[in-house]
Design a binder for this molecule. Structure first.
Ligand code: PGA
Length: 253
């Protein structure tokens, strides 16, 4: 039985007081949801703020939206996985499609970041998913398996057992057009089969989240699918009532 997990990806949004208000409301709204893992990924600058509000209870974890591909050293502007772990984060989103498309991160760079996160003791949340054009050309499985195999090549198959995967079809991110539950389930089952080529136990234990226009209103239909273990939530994670509703849907699912 895999514990459902819901992670909020705030992207580059909010101000300190908004982060405090949002998190206080999320803490209040989810206090009874002991069966659901919950995490938030604010911008780097607000991680200490978030960790302060969330306190030592550990009920809601914090994560970063990215990590450097390098360990500490002369890399101006970068933030290392060690630093993120040092301040008390548990997760790091790795290879989000916005990093891949807007900032040119290749599979090789993503794999290095994945490795740095794991070495530092963070749980990487590896994002995979196809663009609209790739979907139209029937390349979804090809793209997703290539993105996963790049991690296996760099970090070994065992690394997947200590990770979280997020299937985020690029065409569904921020568009209000989520994948249909059955379509998402098909890809999630495929992702599990790709991992099972290397390790059946890792494939069974691995949590595979769905991301892309998840809202409180469509979350349950997605989360009740056999191979969907929760969600990676963008826009809706900035609204307390929406995010709490999504966490509740994972509880019921
Ligand atoms: P969205 O973003 O929920 O706003 O579609 C998801 C994501 O980018 O992780």
């Amino acid at each position: 039985m895999r514990q459902p997990l819901v992670i909020g990806n705030w992207k580059m949004n909010g101000r300190r007081h908004e982060a405090e208000d949002l998190l206080a409301a999320v803490v209040r709204g989810t206090a009874d949801l002991v069966s659901v893992g919950i995490a938030v990924c604010p911008p780097y600058l607000y991680l200490p703020t978030a960790l302060g509000v969330l306190g030592a209870t550990g009920a809601i974890a914090c994560g970063a939206q990215d990590v450097s591909a390098y360990t500490d050293g002369a890399f101006t502007g970068e933030v290392s996985a060690e630093m993120i772990r040092d301040i008390g984060c548990r997760f790091a989103i790795i290879g989000h499609s916005e990093r891949r498309t807007l900032f040119g991160e290749t599979d090789a760079v993503v794999a290095k970041k994945f490795a740095r996160a794991q070495e530092a003791g963070l749980t990487p949340v590896l994002c995979v998913g196809e663009t609209a054009a790739e979907r139209d050309q029937g390349q979804t499985e090809l793209v997703v398996s290539r993105q996963i195999e790049a991690i296996v090549a760099e970090c070994g198959a065992a690394s997947l057992a200590a990770a979280v995967l997020a299937y985020e079809p690029v065409w569904a991110i921020g568009t209000g057009r989520a994948a249909a539950p059955a379509e998402a389930q098909r890809v999630h089952a495929f992702i599990r089969r790709v991992v099972a080529r290397h390790s059946t136990s890792a494939a069974q234990a691995l949590r595979v989240l769905y991301g892309g226009s998840v809202k409180a209103q469509n979350a349950r239909d997605l989360f009740i699918q056999d191979d969907i273990d929760g969600g990676l939530i963008g826009g809706a994670s900035l609204l307390a009532a929406e995010f709490v509703g999504i966490c509740r849907a994972a509880h019921l699912g």
